[in-house]
Design a protein around this ligand. Structure first.
Ligand SMILES: Nc1ncnc2c1ncn2[C@@H]1O[C@H](COP(=O)(O)OP(=O)(O)OP(=O)(O)O)[C@@H](O)[C@H]1O
Ligand SMILES: [Mg+2]
Length: 335
């Protein structure tokens, strides 16, 4: 595995500026997630590293070597695509062995067999190796698609929302497995997702990308606790951070126009808080409840203890506890 550096890369498609001055380093053995909404430029970033697109400006280095002008085949990256496609007429084994059989690689048949079996075991598809790719469930196909990349030992694995087509349960399982495998292999992974849970749980660092710009990069904890602006703050946290006019509260710092209040910044009681709100709706999710409030015409969503006997129409009192503050442009203001 190797360190991969994206240095001041920009890329436009016609009038669309897909990436603007992106710089990012994925350390050897590191798991970095690029988190951003649709159209943010995530896939474009991966395609540039893989050599499937050429940057307008900037360069790409793998293991210290400038590969910007190199063909994809000379870059030694493995790509798991957003829309995975297996060879339907081939078995799972043959699908996974495919890249190892490239004539330039000259991997011995016994080694191919051993490698495919090892990766199939990691992914829990070892009993499916003789199945045709079409004789699999969606989740199994997705595992094969990941397995096809894992049989190789490239400089970096580029993974483009590899779990997005799966149901929630399977996504949760594979998330754990993928992280375990990455640690086991010491793999370098750049993983693209718009799922905050995947980014939070698997990555050692998260890059938050929006509109082709990398807004912030840091550990999941840094990004969550110390977002540089309101966009980044809204990317992580369930329910989403509540962005409220600062004017509704007393004692906010100079320049603060917006208060960012996550669940942990809000204490809800019957009375004795700073401001009053009305309970509009309580969503019971089993282990927790989402409390939907109306605060001076603004929606506020927060977690509540399922035991707390709030109901629609109740008046409650909110108290802020070290929330985040943002200025008129959405940039962070010190408390
Ligand atoms: N080949 C292309 N031709 C024209 N525009 C493109 C092309 N590829 C990407 N774009 C545009 O560049 C922007 C970034 O696209 P990209 O595919 O990188 O987004 P993404 O973050 O991967 O989004 P998603 O989460 O929907 O996959 C989008 O506005 C997209 O429409
Ligand atoms: Mg994409």
């Amino acid at each position: 595995m190797a360190e991969v550096e994206i240095i001041s890369v920009s890329k436009a498609f016609g009038k669309t500026q897909a990436l603007s001055d992106l710089s990012l380093t994925v350390g050897d053995g590191e798991f970095v997630a690029l988190l951003g909404p649709t159209g943010a430029g995530k896939t474009t970033a991966l395609r540039l590293i893989a050599g499937l697109e050429q940057p307008d400006r900037g360069s790409i280095r793998i293991d210290g070597r400038d590969v910007t002008g190199d063909a994809p085949a000379d870059r030694d990256v493995a790509f798991v695509f957003q829309q995975y496609s297996l060879y339907p007429h081939l078995t799972v084994f043959e699908n996974m062995a495919f890249s190892l059989r490239a004539p330039t690689r000259r991997v011995a048949e016994a080694d191919i067999r051993a490698k495919v079996q090892e990766v199939a075991r990691l992914l829990h598809i070892e009993t499916k190796l003789d199945n045709k790719a079409t004789q699999l469930s969606g989740g199994q196909m997705q595992r094969v698609a990941i397995g096809r990349a894992l049989v190789r030992s490239p400089s970096i694995y580029l993974m483009d929302e590899p779990l997005s087509s799966l149901d929630a349960k399977l996504r949760g399982e594979l998330r754990l497995e993928l992280k375990r495998i990455q640690v086991e292999l010491g793999a370098t992974i750049l993983y693209v997702t718009h799922d905050q849970t995947e980014a939070m749980t698997m990555a050692s660092r998260i890059g938050v990308i929006e509109g082709g710009r990398l807004m912030q990069i840091g550990s999941p904890r840094e990004i969550y606790e110390n977002p540089i602006n309101a966009h980044v703050a809204a990317r992580l946290g369930q329910p989403m951070i509540n962005l409220l006019p600062a004017a509704l509260f007393a004692g906010v710092p100079d320049g603060a126009e917006t208060i960012g209040a996550r669940t942990e910044h809000l204490t809800i009681a019957r009375d004795g808080g700073d401001v009053s709100a009305i309970v509009k709706r309580v969503e019971h999710l089993g282990d927790q409840s989402h409390l939907h409030l109306d605060l001076a015409g603004r929606p506020v969503v927060t977690l509540a203890d399922p035991e707390a006997a709030f109901g629609a129409g109740d008046m409650v009192s909110l108290r802020l506890n070290k929330p985040l503050f943002f200025d008129a442009k959405g940039e962070r203001v010190a408390a």
